[in-house]
Design a protein. Structure first.
Length: 557
């Protein structure tokens, strides 16, 4: 018998469940974000896993907001999450749900546990609860309020709901086992008092369920078959099952997988909040942020992120993925699909002295050599052009193959030119080059056998447009910011964003639209930023052309 191959261990579990007709052969997953921040690249793994798994088995996937903490949640986060999941390419159809829609049912379930003497109202403060809880090596001790009568607990819990007590003065706790080896089973809190308006329920509730109490109930109410969670919830599974068993209601199967960790960034919402609130970045969609909104603004595509998630795989053990793999995925995508254009980031003027002063030519330039079907565009060429400052050396070393005095190079799509004179200002700074061109080299080649090793990009000085460019690098200097208990803020990279204000681009870029993506020849991949207007075009660098991950892949093959 041939052993069946599975894409990952989760699919193996699901296929065995289908074969045994567990859950009636159904596959129903969910993506359950908390609306207390923007989604990041780590969430993309969960989104893709839940939706793609459901799609593979002709199942369903819900989008559900675990909105149980009004102190940190906001409608703007709900809207951003909906937009990001859609942008990634997934559709929950008519299955958009909120934990808050189930608050009445959750309250009924809590009353049922009280009636079974499995829950009680506790007057200990949060600090006291932690003190009574014990440690991994020592048992906890019972709350002095643990043995209240069922009748007293029912009365107090209803009064909690009615808003009669102050915040933090009472909680509802499950009555399990204060000596249990799993700390999550030591009488966990189910409800706390919060006199805080909720973005969905307004001022209806003065008590709110904890995540652990609400989460498993939501899965049960929605009929989820396979509850896919990250590894930190493995120790909570026994608690979820205890709740569902004591209530005697439908129980999904929880399966844990390793979360996504990425070098040179942080994926903790608490830390991302600190970056935003502290003004270290310009917002949740800052192109240096690992949020989906930030990656989108930087120029990443949904396809490249889905590709990245698929390449990282689904495992049971935590690991850290090299950021270079994420960059490789967007380069691979844009190399195939991005339009090629020319832009000079640090311009140096070149005057072609033997070119007619008033003449202008329209030269052909291919839009994408990877896709000949994309055709060609016309680019203007005249007597004065701009090249990159770094493409000229007055005292060029032997292996410098770009422009130097007396040296011939190729202007991409145009002609061969030779430098004849260097013009400097009174301080000795180079301000202009004089060159001659070979009229027989139109298109950037000749048939006389000449070998010209250097090819430069350029723009017409007369026709170019002014643009600004933001060059983004890693937000942090260290691969694992904040490792070894250090302050992750200390690892911030002061050069994570370099702004160039005096860039020149070919005129076709004046028609660029938001999120249009381009390869600036020899400089990298760029996209138009949302801060742009017709008089102030700003382009973000998505990635450089250099691909370190492809080299790593070749070495490992």
């Amino acid at each position: 018998m041939v052993k069946k191959e599975y894409s990952n261990f989760i699919e193996e579990i699901i296929e065995k469940d289908i074969e045994s007709n567990r859950y009636g052969g159904r596959v129903h997953t969910r993506f359950p974000p908390e609306p207390n921040g923007y989604l990041h690249i780590g969430h993309a793994k969960s989104i893709c896993l839940n939706f793609a798994t459901a799609q593979k088995y002709n199942g369903k996937c819900n989008l559900r907001f675990d909105d149980t903490n009004p102190l940190k949640e906001d409608k703007k986060y709900v809207n951003s999450i909906i937009e990001d999941v859609k942008w990634l390419g997934f559709d929950w159809e008519d299955r958009l749900f909120y934990a808050s829609s189930y608050f009445d049912k959750m309250y009924e379930y809590a009353v049922l546990l009280i009636k079974k003497n499995k829950a009680y109202v506790c007057d200990l403060s949060a600090d006291e609860i932690r003190q009574y809880r014990g440690t991994l090596t020592s048992p906890g001790k019972d709350s002095p309020y643990r043995n209240r009568s069922i009748e007293e607990n029912l009365e107090l819990f209803e009064r909690m709901k009615n808003g009669e007590f102050e915040d933090g003065s009472k909680t509802l706790r499950a009555k399990i086992d204060m000596s249990h080896p799993n700390l999550n089973m030591r009488d966990p809190v189910m409800y706390r008092i919060l006199h805080t308006p909720h973005h969905k329920t307004a001022n209806k509730w003065s008590i709110y369920p904890t995540y652990d109490w609400a989460h498993c109930l939501e899965d049960s109410i929605e009929g989820i078959t396979h509850s896919l969670c990250t590894l930190e919830f493995a120790d909570h599974r026994i608690l979820y099952e205890w709740f569902l068993d004591e209530l005697g209601i439908y129980k999904p199967q929880q399966i844990e997988f390793a979360r996504l960790n990425l070098t040179y960034t942080v994926l903790s919402k608490r830390k991302l909040n600190k970056l935003v609130d502290g003004g270290y970045v310009q917002g949740w969609d800052d192109p240096r942020m690992p949020t989906l909104a930030g990656l989108r603004r930087r120029g990443y595509t949904p396809e490249s992120i889905r590709d990245f998630v698929e390449r990282t795989g689904v495992t049971k053990s935590d690991s850290v993925v090299d950021y270079a793999l994420l960059e490789h995925c967007i380069r691979d995508e844009l190399n195939r699909n991005a339009k090629r254009v020319m832009a000079v980031l640090e311009p140096l003027k070149v005057v072609i002295t033997n070119y007619p002063e008033d003449e202008v030519e329209e030269l052909d330039a291919d839009n994408n050599p990877e896709k000949p079907e994309d055709g060609v565009r016309k680019i203007p060429f005249c007597r004065e052009v701009y090249i990159e400052k770094e493409d000229f050396r007055e005292d060029a070393p032997k292996k410098f193959f770009r422009l130097a005095p007396g040296r011939e190079v190729r202007l991409k799509h145009a002609y061969y030119i030779t430098c004849t004179d260097v013009i400097k200002d009174k301080n000795g700074n180079i301000v202009e080059l004089h060159c001659t061109y070979d009229p027989k080299s139109k298109g950037g080649w000749t048939d006389d056998g000449r070998k010209v090793r250097g090819t430069l990009h350029w723009v017409s000085a007369k026709h170019c447009i002014d643009i600004k460019v933001r060059l983004y690098n890693h937000l942090f200097k260290d691969e694992e910011p904040g490792k070894d208990d250090s302050d992750f803020i200390e690892s911030l990279n002061p050069d994570s964003c370099v702004v160039l204000d005096n860039c020149k681009a070919e005129p076709s870029l004046k028609d660029a639209k938001l999120e249009d993506r381009f390869q600036f020849l020899r400089k990298g991949y760029f996209c138009l930023d949302k801060d742009s207007n017709k008089n102030n075009l700003i382009f973000n660098r998505t990635a450089t052309l250099k691909d370190s991950w492809s080299k790593i892949e070749k070495k490992t093959k």
